[in-house]
Design a protein around this ligand. Structure first.
Ligand code: CP
Ligand code: NVA
Length: 309
């Protein structure tokens, strides 16, 4: 069976735990190495990752490139403007061709149905580098960051403030798999897709909704937010106004546990979803979170290619 990674559930909780453990070990083993040098075992030597970007990216693009290099392989990038995808070649035919030439495909796109179609027609692993629905690779890095900072995942309390978006969907999915709870404070009209919550609840996670950011953050171990305007959405004044009470401020952070950590997948819009005193403050772990994209993406690649879990 080809191991696609379209959502966290494709791997499951045990494999995600194995990914986190492997990422911690590989990160520790690399400490003093040049960033582009392969790990001693070079487990993916000779492998090529094709990366397709139909949306902008800094972290996903660089972290996957560095991840495959550190595993001994190489990557290539296709974008909408310069590949035949941009001229109407189908996702199915692109998947068939790339499967003959490359060992894995990572794609960032808009409609989640496109990545499902790609996985259906690919005979090599397809990895979700973000769709409008979900961002599972980001959340593997977030889980790694939380564990590294001493928070045990089972039973931990996460508070999400702001938009009910793709990143939140994957956090909720992770809650079910890794057994933590999420309190979601999102303004009316911007709630997340209920299907992820139903699945997480069925797996035993508590997913609590509130329109009250203070109640959501009270006693939380992790406070997390993301841009109010995701890629592909128009910049609506009405939405920004609705989101303003959910801005992460020092006053809100003071309600969380004193040891609470602040996460943000980046890019951030300082002064919108979070103020500088928080994102640059002592509880923020965003630079570890960003670096961990490399270490987490290595684990995702190793799992997808059958070397882990
Ligand atoms: N967090 C994240 O996915 O960043 P990029 O959009 O820069 O890839
Ligand atoms: N929710 C954001 C995440 C960016 C990494 C977006 O989809 O644009």
């Amino acid at each position: 069976m080809t191991r696609h990674f379209l959502n966290l559930s494709d791997a499951g909780g045990d494999a995600i735990a194995a990914m986190i453990a492997d990422a911690i070990d590989r990160k520790a083993a690399r400490k003093s190495w040049p960033k582009g040098q392969a790990d001693a075992d070079a487990p993916l030597a000779g492998h090529t990752l094709a990366m397709i970007f139909e949306k902008n990216s800094t972290r996903t693009r660089v972290s996957f490139d560095m991840a495959i290099r550190q595993l001994g392989g190489t990557s290539l990038i296709l974008d909408g403007a310069t590949s035949q995808l941009g001229r109407g070649e189908t996702v199915a035919d692109t998947a068939r061709v790339l499967s003959r030439m490359c060992d894995a495909i990572m794609i960032r796109t808009d409609d989640h149905a496109k990545i499902e179609e790609m996985a259906h027609h690919a005979s090599v692993p397809v990895i979700n580098g973000l769709t409008d629905l979900s961002h599972p690779c980001q959340i593997v890095a977030d889980l790694l960051t939380v564990v590294e900072h001493g928070v045990a995942l089972p039973g931990s309390q996460w508070a999400w403030l702001g938009d009910g978006n793709n990143v939140l969907h994957s956090i909720v999915e992770a809650a079910g798999l890794m057994k933590f709870d999420v309190r979601i404070a999102v303004p009316e009209g911007y709630d997340p897709d209920p299907s992820f919550e139903a699945e997480a609840r069925a797996r035993g996670a508590q997913i609590i909704h509130s329109r009250d950011p203070q109640a959501a953050v009270a006693g939380a171990d992790i406070v997390v937010t993301d841009t109010w305007i995701s890629m592909g959405q128009s910049h609506a004044e009405e939405k920004l106004a609705a989101m303003m009470p959910y801005q992460v401020t020092p006053e809100l952070m003071a309600l969380a546990r004193p040891t609470a950590k602040f996460l943000h997948c980046l890019p951030a819009h300082r002064g919108e979803e979070v103020v500088e005193a928080v994102i640059d403050g002592p509880q923020s772990v965003i630079w570890d979170e960003a670096e961990n994209r490399i270490h987490a993406q290595k684990s995702v690649l190793l799992w997808a290619l059958g070397r882990l879990g």
